[in-house]
Write a protein that binds this ligand. Sequence first.
Ligand code: SAM
Length: 287
Amino acid sequence: MLFEIVTIFPEFFGAAGVEANGTRESLGSGILGHGILERALRQGLAEVKTYDLRNFTHDRHRTVDDRPFGGGEGMVLKAQPLFECLETLQLQPKGQRGERERVVLLSAQGRRFTQAEARRLATFERVVLICGRYEGVDERVSQMLCDEELSIGDYVLSGGELGAAVVVDAVVRLLPGVLGHADSSRYESFGEGDEPAETMTADGVPRATHGSGGLLDYPHYTRPAEWNGMTIPEALGGGDHLVIRRWRRQAALAKTLANRPDLLQNADLSNDDREYLAELGWPPDAG
Ligand code: SAM
């Protein structure tokens, strides 16, 4: 999968890149050069190129911004360098890009980027990420070039680069072969699970005790079993897989209820789950 990031700060994505025709292979010591992401890029499971928007300007000062029509504070990223940059990428025109290509504008006004959105983007072969700056980007870029606008959360950043890095990280770890265990991304927070919560496994355990089904992940512990007077939950120490699964499922339900009760509305819940949640007082208006 290829990510192409359009930015006025290509060095944000790595310093050891190779400049070639205005593009930079980003495998440096920057934000992409660590851990799972670095390994995936090095193994060729994904590729990231950055494009310096200033290479698509034609004046001595390499100007990418201008004052807003209508007045007001700040500057706006001009349409012209972005149109010229995307022209060199030789994408299909907007509306004819099909299943392979996607052009995304990072924007606080965009649809919220979630794990489900990451799973959707992971199906494309090529994703172009446009990073705004200043007060934003000339709206004609969104109208004419972009397939969608994505926001990484309900706050305003000073630029789209952090958002682009978040999208790349969240999507790359979903690509086949990137995580050590193929199921890892399915059984973590916001994971889909693989079968409905009521489905039984071969050993008669509800599938819901194994997959996340849209809940938050369950708590994790590692050795030693006792540290500074604090012990791990008894269920985890005994080696009984059924007991461990039940504990994990209930801990995931309790954590979701405590931190993100909104997720319970759409989670895949079994009858056992609902009974346990009722003991914890969810839904609040029940009874
Ligand atoms: N005037 C804009 C507004 O109020 O919505 C904010 C512009 S912001 C200072 C500059 C750039 O940062 C945006 O064009 C966008 O690319 C990026 N940005 C800011 N917040 C973001 C967010 N929550 N998600 C993704 N990108 C964001």
